[in-house]
Design a protein around this ligand. Structure first.
Ligand code: IMP
Ligand code: MG
Length: 173
C-alpha cells in the first residue's frame, strides 16, 4: 500500500484537500462573474489540476501544455523546452497557469513570458508547492498551496525519475 516516506516533508491527502478547497474558494471570489482559463503544466500538475478545477465553482475552460526542464535528473538544467503547446488561443482570456512546484523559478519565468506574449487579459499563477530558498528568478505566485524547505519531493503528480506520481500524498526522501 501507499506509505509516506521518512523525509522531512510530509503533506497528507487531507492537508492537500483542505488547502485546495481554500485555493478554489479564493479563485472563485477573485474571478466571480468571469470565466477563467486554466492552463495545466504537464506532467507534474495533472493531479493538482484535476482537484483544483473541481474546487472552483465557476464556469471555466482549461488546456494543457508540457515543458521539460529536468529530464530524469533532480537538478534543473536551466533550459526549458516546450514539448506540447496549448490547443486553444488565450488572447483576451483570464489565464491561470497551474504548476506543481516552483523551484528555481526558471520554468515558470519561461512560461510567463511565453503566455504573456499571446496577450491574455490577465495572467496569474497557481502552484501547489514552492521552495523559496531555491529561487534564482523572482516569479509571482498568486495562489500557493504550501511553502516547503529545500528537499526533493514526490507524489501527488510529482515524480521521482518518472515514478511515484500516483502516491496520494507528498513526501521527501
Ligand atoms: P524550476 O524551473 O527549477 O522552478 O523547476 C520547476 C519544475 O521542476 C517543476 O515544475 C517540477 O516539474 C520540477 N521539480 C522541481 N523540484 C521538484 C521536486 O522536489 N520534485 C519533483 N519535481 C520537481
Ligand atoms: Mg512541473
Amino acid at each position: 500500500m501507499f506509505q509516506p516516506g521518512k523525509g522531512r516533508v510530509q503533506i497528507s491527502e487531507a492537508q492537500i484537500a483542505e488547502r485546495i478547497r481554500a485555493l478554489g474558494a479564493a479563485i472563485r471570489q477573485d474571478y466571480a462573474g468571469q470565466e477563467p482559463h486554466l492552463v495545466c503544466v504537464l506532467n507534474g500538475a495533472f493531479i493538482f489540476m484535476a482537484d483544483l478545477v473541481r474546487a472552483i465553482d465557476l464556469p471555466l475552460t482549461l488546456d494543457f501544455l508540457a515543458v521539460s526542464s529536468y529530464g530524469n535528473a533532480e537538478k534543473s538544467s536551466g533550459e526549458v523546452e516546450l514539448i506540447k503547446d496549448l490547443r486553444l488561443p488565450i488572447a483576451g482570456r483570464q489565464v491561470i497557469i497551474v504548476e506543481d512546484i516552483v523551484d528555481t523559478g526558471i520554468t515558470l519565468n519561461y512560461l510567463l513570458r511565453l503566455l504573456e506574449a499571446r496577450q491574455p487579459a490577465s495572467l496569474r499563477v497557481a502552484a501547489l508547492l514552492s521552495k523559496p530558498s531555491r529561487r534564482q528568478v523572482e516569479v509571482p505566485i498568486h495562489y500557493l498551496g504550501f511553502e516547503i524547505e529545500d528537499a526533493f519531493v514526490y507524489g501527488y503528480g510529482l515524480d521521482r525519475a518518472q515514478r511515484d506520481r500516483n502516491l496520494p500524498f507528498i513526501t521527501s526522501q
